[in-house]
Structures are given as C-alpha cells and as structure tokens.
Design a binder for this molecule. Sequence first.
Ligand code: AVJ
Length: 325
Amino acid sequence: RAPEVTVEVHVQPGDAQRALRAEVLAGLCGEGRPRELSPKWLYDERGSQLFDEITRLPEYYPTRREREILVAHAGDIARASGADTLIELGSGSSEKTRLLLDALRSTGRLRRFVPFDVSESFLRQAARAVAGEYPELKVHAVVGDFERHLGRLPRGGRRLVAFLGGTIGNLKPAERARFYAELASGMEPGEGLLLGTDLLKCRKRLFAAYNDGAGVTAAFNRNVLHVLNRELGADFEPEAFEHLAPFDEENGWIEMRLISTRAQAVKLPAVKRYVNFAPGEVLRTEVSCKFHPEQVEAELSVAGLRLAERWTDAAGDFALSLALK
Ligand code: AVJ
C-alpha cells in the first residue's frame, strides 16, 4: 500500500524574503555592533551542500561524535523515552534519524514520525523517503520555523522531540530559554526532549573545527553574501571579506565572522539602503555555543524539563541529553 504521508505547511515562500529584509534592516543596517545576521540564511542549496561537506572534514568532530553516541545508545534512548512518536526538529533525512527510528521500532511502540523543517521541498523529499523505508509508519511532516511554530507540533501519543546536531548552540542564552519554555509548555508529562549539544573542550580543537584547513567553512560563511546578492539584489564581493571563527571565552561560543578587508559600500536594493564597512569591520553570521553538561541540565530544569539520562562519546566531545517533562 502507498505509505501514509501528510505535510502541514506553516511557512509560505514569501515569509523568508520578508524576514530576511527585516533582519537586514535591523541587523546589518541598524546601529547594533557587530553587524549581525542569523545563521539560518547560511542554508540555501549551496550552503546546505557546503555544510554537508563540513560534517565530513577531519577537523569537524560534532557530527561523527553524535553519530557514535547514537550507534551506542539509540536502544537506551528508545527505552528510556517510551515514545511512540518521534518528532525531529531540523534535518529528518539523516542517518541519525534512521538510528533513532530503528531503535524505537524495536521497542514495538513506534507509530508516527514528524519531521519538522523550514524547507518545504527538502522536507517533502525526506518524508517520502522515510515513509518508503518504514511502511508501517505514519509520517506527518510539518514545515515550520523552530523559533515560531513549536506550538503547531501535532499532539497525541507519547512524543520524543529530537533536536540534534548541536543546532541549539545557534541560540543565545535568552533565545534558548524561550525555546525550552515554549517546547516544554506544549509537552505532556512523560514526553521527552533528546538534545544534542557540543561540549567545551580544548580551544585548539574548537578553533580548528570552525577554521578548517581546506577552507570549506570559509566558503560556507561567505556563501551568505551570495544569498544576499541573489535574494536582495545586493552587490557584496565575497572575496572582499575574510572568514574568521574565534572562540569567545566570555560567552562560551564560537562565532563566525566575515571581516571586511577594506572600506566598502554595499548596495542593498531590496531595502533601498547602502551599508558601509570600515576596514576590519565584522559581520557576525553565527554563534555556536559550547556547553558544560551541567549547564545544559540546569537550563532544561528551569523550563521544567528534568534530565533523565545523558550520554557522551568516548572522548567526551559531545552530549545527548534526554529530558522528560
Ligand atoms: C549546524 C549549527 C550545529 O554550529 O557546528 C558548522 C553549523 N557552522 N561550521 C555548528 C556550523 C560552522 C553547526 N550547526
């Protein structure tokens, strides 16, 4: 029989354009320093390809470490969650999804998979692929933004929400608190969050992971300027910006910067503005927070999510935390 797939859409194509223009006016043209853009604009088709390449770089350990944890503990996670529904925020097409789905299926409880992502085309493709491989599964895809549409997640059953890859690190502390609170407010007692977080470690390794020798992360970072050129008719010269991603000790995050190599004025026709960059001026394109395991536990507990279990890889580089409402 045909696999059962439904797709629920909360993001319209025009929404992204409008949001980008608003962000460019506030973060790029506004008074705030450093100038800043949210990391979500890094992921157009080319950016997603480059990120995929990053996950295979020798210096970039998080993806491999998280996979290692899932290979070792997916069964423990499935049992401890008791879930019949897996909700996956972001992604939904990865090998990690399969590891979780297989483990949940082995408990005999799995009924439903809810992949959640901002990209409708990507999500439809991922949903269809999973439905084909797991014919007994109800696949209910939701197109949405995890900072706006958590309230739209389908209810019912016993749900496990997986937020993997360390993407939570893209949110600053106040944004994280809001995210946890909103997620928790929609959860029933016994439902869970499986959260992937990158951990604090030797600064050299952190730096290398975001400043790789092959320059893939630099290309990924500069690609956001191509996005602005295409989407807003801007005239950024990506070669006139250098990539640097230092670790900020005070905030405990890696931040990706594009640094203007000279004085330049960039035209932004879609918002009818120019933006001036001084030599050495910084445009921040991403923060990626690194955590103490206890810090993750404390932040979750503020939102009413109690840590049930935590797993790390053998090197202690990355953690998966299971928290229950
Ligand atoms: C996808 C947000 C987890 O922060 O490590 C990789 C993105 N940026 N290299 C991360 C990223 C630069 C990645 N996350």
